[in-house]
Design a protein around this ligand. Structure first.
Ligand code: SAM
Length: 401
């Protein structure tokens, strides 16, 4: 059964929202003001999901996105909207979430991405039945792909080379990461013993002379502002390198330029933020659970000739305690946000400032609410790390009341 509907607004994932007989329907690839013919593909007690079968009236803000896999591979979801409206959508989403979940009115600035395409420095391909691709959104259905408009061109070139040269029949996954010159490749085989890392380097890596053999062979070095970061295939690193610099510059601005005694960088990954703010503090302590990231972080200290930063490997909630006395805590947790134990220890530690970096505005707003008796919300800036997708990165400043 098909219906004709008008799109009233967008949900937080950029899907068009309308109603059929009073029941809400979510429709991907449909924008505000458009009239579409839609087929209902899922129905629950509370809502429906639909698929556009015909555009009857399209919006002036719609653009052509020439990707043959659009809305199949689960990567891009708002690429049919012009960039200005993409930014407006992200800003409105965060405004709405902050009002709903933290009861805070905000009007944040959003820092646009210089690159709207080819900005991703990392990709993971899944392999099945001799085909390489991405999984369809929230499923394990493989969508075979040859190249991707979001990937750094270097990665698209390597895909072409790999698919020509490699027998992928025994492989499960290929991870690629690039700093623009070199490409780090991690191959995971169906037979675990064949798993391997390799680095395609255009030029000799002179910076790694004193590095451990492991890092020499398994990492590539990214330059962010004045700092260098060695990153392995299995450690976290922001996927949009140019935007990462802007985000970390904002963190520096929130730290302030009066030298702090001690700062904690929780969920520190490869030590990116700890090192980036190390000249603004007498001492920085980074905490991270991933062993490979901690190996990188310690090496990155050496790479940047920094000796006022130390890294602790472990779960944040068990490493930090109320005997620590930092002026500042920076947190950059995964999408799930801060767990209750960590929040309660932070409240006991009572740093003057918290800088919260988040890739999920929903858990960010939730955690700010949980901290709100002790901490006053001061400022927020948004960063478009992921053009053409609904994702947005936020940096928030909270001050002790
Ligand atoms: C969003 S990343 C941030 C990394 C880093 N701040 C950066 O900008 O590159 C989150 C990091 O938290 C780490 N992590 C996740 N849960 C953790 C936990 N309970 N304790 C410590 N680290 C954790 C992950 O391994 C990951 O490196």
């Amino acid at each position: 059964m098909r219906h004709i509907v008008e799109i009233e607004k967008l949900d937080h994932q950029g899907r068009g929202i309308s109603k059929i007989n009073g029941k809400v329907i979510f429709i991907p690839n449909a924008y505000i003001g458009e009239t579409v013919e839609v087929e209902v593909i899922k129905e629950t007690k509370k809502y429906m999901e639909g698929k556009v079968t015909k555009y009857i009236k399209t919006s002036n803000n719609r653009i052509n996105y020439n990707c043959p896999y659009y809305h199949q591979c689960g990567g891009c979801n708002i690429a049919h909207i012009n960039y200005e409206k993409q930014l407006e959508f992200k800003k409105n989403t965060v405004i709405d979430i902050f009002k709903r979940y933290a009861n805070i009115d905000i009007n944040p600035n959003i820092c646009e991405s210089e690159d709207k395409f080819h900005y991703r420095n990392k990709v993971v391909f899944h392999i099945e039945n001799n085909k390489m691709g991405f999984y369809k959104d929230e499923t394990n259905l493989l969508v075979p792909i040859d190249s991707c408009l979001l990937l750094n061109q270097k990665l698209n070139d390597v895909i072409e080379t790999l698919t020509k040269k490699l027998d992928i029949s025994e492989l499960k996954e290929i991870l690629l990461r690039t700093n623009g010159e070199e490409v780090l490749v991690k191959i995971t085989s169906v037979n675990k013993l064949l798993n391997t890392n390799m680095v395609f380097k255009d030029k000799e890596d002179k910076s790694g002379e004193k590095a451990t053999r492991y890092l020499k062979e398994n990492s590539i070095v990214f330059n962010l502002g004045d700092y260098k970061y060695a990153v392995t295939s299995d450690s976290f690193f922001q996927v949009n390198t140019k935007q990462a610099i802007r985000l970390y510059d904002k963190v520096r601005e929130y730290v302030g330029f009066e030298k702090l005694e001690t700062a904690l960088d929780l969920y520190c990954g490869t030590g990116t933020i700890a090192i980036y703010i190390s000249d603004l503090c007498n001492r920085v302590i980074g905490v991270e659970v991933n062993k490979s990231s901690i190996t990188c972080a310690n090496y990155n200290k050496f790479l940047n000739k920094i000796d006022n930063v130390e890294f602790i490997e472990g779960d944040v909630s068990t490493v930090i305690n109320n005997k620590m006395n930092p002026d500042l805590i920076v947190v950059d947790p995964p999408r799930s946000g801060l767990d209750d134990k960590t929040i309660s220890i932070i409240k006991e530690i009572k740093p003057e400032k918290i800088i919260y970096v988040s890739c999920n505005p929903m858990t960010l707003a939730r955690d700010i609410k949980k901290l709100s008796e002790e901490y006053e919300f001061n400022d927020i800036e948004l960063f478009d790390m992921f053009p053409n997708t609904y994702h947005v990165e936020c940096v928030c400043l909270l001050n002790l009341r």
